[in-house]
Ligand binder design. Sequence first.
Ligand code: MGD
Ligand code: MGD
Ligand code: MO
Length: 749
Amino acid sequence: MTNSLGDIQKSKAIIIFGANPAVNHPVGFQHFLKAKERNNSQLIVIDPRFTKTAAKADIYAQIRPGTDIPFMYGMLNIIFQNGWDDKEYVDARVFGMDKIREEAKKWTPELVEDVTGVPAQTLIQITNLYAKNRPGTLIWAMGLTQHSIGTSNTRMAPILQLALGNMGKAGGGTNILRGHDNVQGATDMGCLADSLPGYYGLAEGSWKYFAKSWGVEFEYLEKQFKDKSWMSKNGFSLARWWAGVQNVKSDEKIENAGTSLKALLVFGNGITSVAQQAKIKEGLDNLDMLVLADPFVNEAAILTDKKDNVFILPAATQFETSGLVVATNRSAQWRYKVVEPLYESKPDQEIMFELAKRLGFYEQYTKGMLMQETKDGKLEMIPNKKDFVWPEDATNEIARIIKTIGLTGWTAERVKKHTDNWHMFDEVSGAGMGPMKGEYYGLPWPCWTKTHGGSPNLYDTSISVKEGGMGFRNNFGLEKDGVNLLAEKGSFPKGSKIEAGYPEITKANIEAVLGITLTEEEKAACGANWKVDNSGILVQKCMEAGVCPYGNAKARAIVWNFPDHIPMHREPLHSPRHDLTLKYPAYADKANHFRVMTKYISVQSAKDYSKEFPINMVTGRLVTMNGAGIENRASKYIAALTPEMFCDIHPDLAHKHGIKNGHMMWIHSPEGTKIKVKAKYSYTVLPDMVFMPFHFAGYFQGVDRTGNFPAGTKPFASGESVNTVTNYGYDIITQIPETKGGLCRVEKA
Ligand SMILES: Nc1nc2c(c(=O)[nH]1)N[C@H]1C(S)=C(S)[C@@H](COP(=O)(O)OP(=O)(O)OC[C@H]3O[C@@H](n4cnc5c(=O)[nH]c(N)nc54)[C@H](O)[C@@H]3O)O[C@H]1N2
Ligand SMILES: Nc1nc2c(c(=O)[nH]1)N[C@H]1C(S)=C(S)[C@@H](COP(=O)(O)OP(=O)(O)OC[C@H]3O[C@@H](n4cnc5c(=O)[nH]c(N)nc54)[C@H](O)[C@@H]3O)O[C@H]1N2
Ligand SMILES: [Mo]
């Protein structure tokens, strides 16, 4: 999220692609409604379903799943034709918009109508409304990401915002409504298969920086891998680990150092919430050991037929532990413990510490919490400190190490002070009052130093770096094909010493770029660049000069290291429009994608799925349930609100198949799997589409497996997991499952 929920109140227009905040972010959605009331903000919703959010919209487009790129190119086509683009902004701050302009020309309103199903007139009206009401904010969530082209979708949206000059402005930006409590923090901390904490890459330099920061030898880390080459390779992803398990039948080659996966340890993930349940079941069945650390009985234990070596560890909940969590707008908040862990449950970190002890790396695992920086840029053990204090010392370790996204200012002490004084911050801007003046609530990152007040809106050049301003990041070199990748003259954060673009600041270039000569002591203390500089000198010098440590560059519309240099429309692997798959085909199959060969074109071109499976299948959320749903279904009173798994189906489609409202129906997938669910007549979906929530589990392909629950743990509601029928398909960069773009066949049960 570039801005914040409060900042949305400053928007004159809000365009939502594939998010349903009225249901999934109902508290945050109040800011949207206030924007409408106070600011006459125009609310535009693009969604295949007429959602509760759509019900509040000024204008709504019922788009075919997986066609947002044509829709946005269609908008850009109209914007460019009418000269509504912000040329000055684009010239100064964007690389590659000319290529976007070329592609946009192809997407006439008529073509967009054919591909997306949205009438040309609606596209024109929406574009008019959005372009004429600036600043406009662009919202997205899972409706854009859960596709084989999810990454392209999420590049297209900022490009639209850049063309309109909406990025880096209060009331503008791209505001991605994140999911779980602390999912931003989990990502920032490197719960990812392709990065170290803080998005440091898997390069040797980063490993060496972490080795030093953790107080362990680089060689020690190296030894944990089969050989050094594996240190720079992506791991398995949550979506495809099952393909790595021994004996799982799959024609998808894995590249995992010549071995297969034998054990699975799960900390707080539903497993039944992941696509390809039949393959996941096979993966679980074939493991040597399965460990589930969860406050509830993780339904993976119910799904598997495995009889031995399945361990259910009682993890404590978040009410029984404390620590720092990160909100969707990059701001930190302290969470205080409410009660001590109940019964024999343990907080996650304690389970991990016990495991580390048994496996013999507890000392290395926790040593970083006993270390501190010295003035001369070195690291030392804190004198006389024997034990760490959880979670304060962990928080301070994070603040000490993670510089890439600017967590330096996030000491435990400061974050607690913010939480304790949360009544002293403005609801809309997040700006502090009284004792908190000069700081933004939760010190939204980047929070460059121990006195910096946080950055409320990313890429905003209208305020100084000290106050949270910055340009775009210089991350991809200084020029490409002879074109300058740095911001043009005159484009810089307010009050900057340099009134033009500049590269990220390093020890080697600080003199040439900033005209600052480091003393000999400073030179000795300072790291090679601001990201690995334990002394903090480079960042400090930048603050004094009003420049951003990561540089001042152009945003790039062209990503030359991705398979599609600019976002291109590609049909879902299972498309209801076979004719269009020939025109807009899927990617080539990708070998070794998070260690597993991943199919694209070979699946898409295998046959015309639409003949046998003509119905679009969209999956998503309900306000009454969360994620895999066990937390809610284990509560008698919440379960009563949605006691059964169901399928939203248009009466016309249902009638065609003799399916009565409230009767059972089968959903069949192209993979040959099926689920039995209750039909619920609904006009929110068109007759060529069904919608199902993914919050149920316990049944598998018509079979009730709830007898597998240990005595007394069976939830109050169970049902089929929709992920048994969500189709094969994974994003080409992130490998997120394509759970929002698949096909099915319906049948009376
Ligand atoms: N009550 C509740 N709240 C939650 C959650 C929950 O489980 N329950 N989960 C949390 C989590 S983890 C997350 S990630 C967020 C997710 O929040 P959202 O992304 O809002 O959740 P979804 O309902 O999965 O999907 C949003 C919308 O995308 C639409 N959609 C599907 N395909 C397309 C498409 O191709 N294009 C467009 N434009 N739209 C499409 C769907 O119809 C749906 O209305 O919610 C969080 N909040
Ligand atoms: N078809 C379909 N599938 C989807 C989606 C979709 O839209 N459609 N959305 C996807 C998305 S965006 C997401 S985020 C996932 C969500 O799917 P999950 O991440 O599986 O969702 P949750 O139900 O939140 O699972 C959290 C688990 O953690 C446990 N838990 C809670 N607190 C703690 C704790 O403190 N410690 C430990 N160890 N465990 C704890 C809960 O009991 C629960 O079992 O689903 C994905 N799957
Ligand atoms: Mo999520």
